[in-house]
Every structure is written in structure tokens, then in C-alpha cells.
Write a protein of this length. Structure first.
Length: 273
């Protein structure tokens, strides 16, 4: 008699989750997708994630993966930032934020020796670049040899000579349209050899209301939303029919049949100049 194989749900492939602690921001960047959201939705309700929801997310995810505590807001504005990082660290996650850097010194006691990795966005034609540079230098001095491992992320054409005396890793990124991951400047993004979007294969993004999406791309029509973690488990959402159907199309080389993905130029491989 043939044995019936029982398929069990797993988090196979999941390596990175963006948790949007807050959708609030303290900066008005000209190239940010937030400008598009504000145009589309005049009454955008920016705010913070409930700490109880953060706890639920932390309890459901597999340890050892990367937790990026940001999405469309400035993570250091979150009132319980240190508590969140400590929560994920206790569960053996790798913690990270990408920040505009303006609160680094003010929040240094919540960051230094606590957070694992941190990347500071420096973008072309930023009218507050000089103030940001001063803060970055002060933070690096305060941090010394302690964590977090810190990088500068140059987005677009930046005067790198101004940052030459800052002895940390510099990363280059191409600018793209504020409306989404397309119209990259100067050259096409890198495509992985397997021909499948790596962001789709290993990523989830959770906004501050608990909506779970397959990636962090600008999605005003919510085409990539799988469900809400308040009502469903993250394991169920990772394995849900909608995501599995999308995965099958990606694997078959037919991502053009997914309306959202057909317009996206990003393949999960960040590209520099």
C-alpha cells in the first residue's frame, strides 16, 4: 500500500523581512516614493506599529534571518526602538535599519552596542547633506569599534570626496523613479543567473498596519499584498495560494504575466553605478 506524503508548511527560502515600525518620516526627500503616495492619497494616515503586533511577528518568524526594521518611514522615530531591537536580538535575528541618519546622535544610546547593522542613505542633490555629514561623523566617533556595522549608501550621483575621511564601507545604488522600481538612471539593473527575482524568492514586507507583501516595492494598488498578520499566521501567508501562483510564474520565466512584476525592473540584486 502506497504511503501518502503529507506536505508540511515551512519558511523555506525566507531570508529577509522588512518590518515597518513606523510610516512617519522626518525628511522630505525629492526622490522618495512617499511623494507619490501623498499625491494619490491626500489623507495618508502615517503612524507607528503597535508593539503587540511587533511581538506577534517576532514570535512567528524563524530565527537567524535578517529583520530590517524599516520600510517607508524613518525607523529611529519609533518610540520603542530599543525595545524592538532587543526583542529580535533575544530571538537570534540579524537586525538592521536603513536610515536618513538625522537622529543617529540623538538616539545613539538605543543603537550603539545593540543593533547589528546600519546603513545611512546619502542621495544626490540633498539640500540637508552638510548637516547629515556632520551627524554621521559624530555618530561614527561615538560608536568607535562597537556595533552596529555601519555603511554609507550612496544613491545616485553623490560627491564622494566629501566622505573620503569616513573610514567605513561605501555602497553605491542607482536612482530609480519615485513611482517604483523602474526607469533606473544610466543602466539596467543586474539580473541573477537563475532568471528569478531574488527579492520575490526570499523576502517579505510587513507594513505598520500588519499587511504582508511579497516585497518592498511601491505598490499603491496593493497588488502584492498577501493578507494581514493580525488575522493569519506568517507561515500561512508565506505558503498561501496567491504567493505560490506568483512563484510558479517566476520560476517558469513568466513574471510578465503578473501585472505588477511585468512593470518592475528590479530583480532582487541591488545595482551600483
Amino acid at each position: 500500500m502506497e504511503k501518502k506524503i503529507v506536505q508540511t508548511k515551512t519558511f523555506a527560502g525566507l531570508a529577509n523581512v522588512n518590518v515597518e515600525l513606523t510610516s512617519r518620516c522626518n525628511k522630505d526627500c525629492w526622490m522618495c516614493g512617499r511623494r507619490e503616495r501623498d499625491k494619490l492619497y491626500k489623507d495618508m494616515a502615517y503612524g507607528d506599529m503597535d508593539f503587540a503586533l511587533v511581538e506577534k511577528i517576532a514570535s512567528e518568524l524563524p530565527p537567524g534571518i535578517v529583520i530590517q526594521l524599516h520600510n517607508n518611514g524613518e525607523p529611529l522615530l519609533y518610540p520603542k526602538f530599543k525595545e524592538v531591537v532587543t526583542l529580535f536580538k533575544k530571538r537570534n535575528f540579524i537586525t538592521n535599519i536603513v536610515t536618513n541618519g538625522e537622529l543617529l546622535v540623538e538616539k545613539s544610546q538605543e543603537i550603539i552596542g545593540i543593533l547589528d547593522t546600519l546603513s545611512i542613505s546619502v542621495f544626490e542633490n540633498d539640500r540637508r547633506a552638510d548637516m547629515q555629514l556632520k551627524i554621521i561623523k559624530e555618530f561614527i566617533k561615538l560608536k568607535g569599534e562597537n556595533s552596529p556595522f555601519t555603511t554609507l549608501r550612496f544613491v545616485g550621483r553623490v560627491d564622494e570626496a566629501k566622505y573620503a575621511d569616513i573610514r567605513i564601507l561605501k555602497i553605491k545604488r542607482l536612482l530609480h523613479s519615485p513611482k517604483g522600481s523602474f526607469d533606473y538612471k544610466r543602466k539596467d539593473p543586474t539580473i541573477p543567473e537563475i532568471g528569478i527575482c531574488l527579492d520575490f524568492l526570499n523576502h517579505l514586507a510587513i507594513d505598520r498596519n500588519g499587511d504582508v507583501s511579497v516585497c518592498v516595492r511601491f505598490d499603491p494598488n496593493r497588488e502584492l499584498v498577501l493578507g494581514n498578520v493580525r488575522n493569519e499566521s506568517l507561515l500561512d501567508l508565506w505558503n498561501c495560494r496567491k504567493r505560490q501562483n506568483m512563484l510558479a510564474l517566476h520560476v517558469a520565466g513568466q513574471r510578465n504575466k503578473i501585472p505588477f512584476c511585468s512593470k518592475c525592473h528590479f530583480w532582487g540584486v541591488p545595482t551600483g553605478e
